[in-house]
Design a protein around this ligand. Structure first.
Ligand SMILES: [Zn+2]
Ligand SMILES: [Zn+2]
Length: 305
């Protein structure tokens, strides 16, 4: 039974190139069906047989039998993907198992939290897109990119894709949903004293966000835990700023200029107030000890709304 399969058994099933071909062929056919507007239907045995280089039906039957219940689901109409099949075939088609291509050095602007320099450079370091300060040579921020992402975009377009992905994913993390696996993320607010952070960094509180299911971890200044959430997106949008297209290294200037700030306003239970300022207007977001939004206030000029 599928539920008794171990991870090793599951991956061992893919050690045969014919089975990988079957998964690819089904995905390609589904893609064609959607393009031709005919809607998705499961693929029959003969449909699959026509599309793979397997020389007899008993071999195909054997391989489909092996994949069924793990990567494929068989119904009266034919074969379709399970969740594992869907995930693995996208991984295979996007070739995310390969090393990313060299993207070179990309110049960008933002702010360094250590020395306040605004000219930065971005490079790929294995799976990380690392933005480094041109003046002090320290890493300003880093974010995971995929090999498909590095292959699909270059230069400014790659920068844009990293920013947008980071904004969307960090927004999900702050809503408690893991961008990797959709499992539950638990967030804790930590005092800067509990973090190995150099003194010159103008941040007092951090979040530590951990997925209970896949163990993915995220961390960042508490102010950024608010940046990509609805009250901030709306506040900035009203001021003509799409905050969702700003990467972390472009948010650092707000901390350096003290336009964005965070402080603890209550203990037991802990409550934090993050203030995002734009010209004379302020958005105040009150958060609990798990960085959940408790309430918000808008201040226009000097009057609280
Ligand atoms: Zn610097
Ligand atoms: Zn996860």
């Amino acid at each position: 039974m599928a539920s008794e399969q171990t991870a090793a058994d599951t991956f061992a099933l893919l050690s045969d190139e014919s089975r990988v071909d079957i998964l690819r062929a089904i995905a390609r056919e589904q893609y064609e069906q959607r393009l031709s507007n005919s809607g998705f239907t499961p693929l029959s045995f003969s449909d699959i047989y026509e599309r793979v280089a397997i020389d007899n039906t008993s071999k195909l039957s054997y391989h489909l039998g092996e994949l069924n219940g793990i990567y494929l689901e068989k119904s009266d109409d034919g074969y379709s993907f399970t969740h594992a099949g869907e995930q693995i075939v996208r991984f295979i088609l996007a070739e995310n198992f390969r090393q990313p291509v060299d993207v070179g050095t990309i110049e960008t602007e933002g702010a360094c939290l250590y020395c306040e320099e605004t000219s930065l450079v971005a490079e790929l370091d294995d799976q990380y897109f690392v933005v480094t300060c041109s003046a002090c040579d320290r890493p300003v921020t880093g974010y995971i990119v995929t090999p498909a992402q590095a292959r699909s975009y270059s230069g400014a377009a790659l920068l844009e894709s990293v920013k947008r992905k980071q904004a969307v994913e960090f927004g999900m993390v702050q809503e408690g949903i893991c961008p990797e696996c959709a499992g539950r993320v638990r967030t804790e607010v930590l005092d800067v004293d509990e973090q190995p952070v150099p003194e010159e960094v103008p941040v007092s509180y951090f979040t530590l966000d951990q997925c209970e299911a896949c163990l993915r971890q995220y961390s960042g200044p508490l102010t950024y835990s608010v940046a990509y959430r609805t009250p901030s997106v709306a506040f900035h949008w009203e001021h003509g700023v799409d905050v969702m297209e700003r990467g972390w290294w472009e948010l650092h200037c707000y901390l350096v200029e003290e336009r964005w700030s965070a402080e603890r306003v209550a203990t037991d239970p802990a409550e934090y107030r993050v203030v995002l300022r734009y010209e004379d207007d302020e958005l105040r977001v009150f958060l609990d000890g798990n960085a959940r939004i408790v309430r918000t206030e808008r201040v226009r000029g000097r009057s609280v709304e």
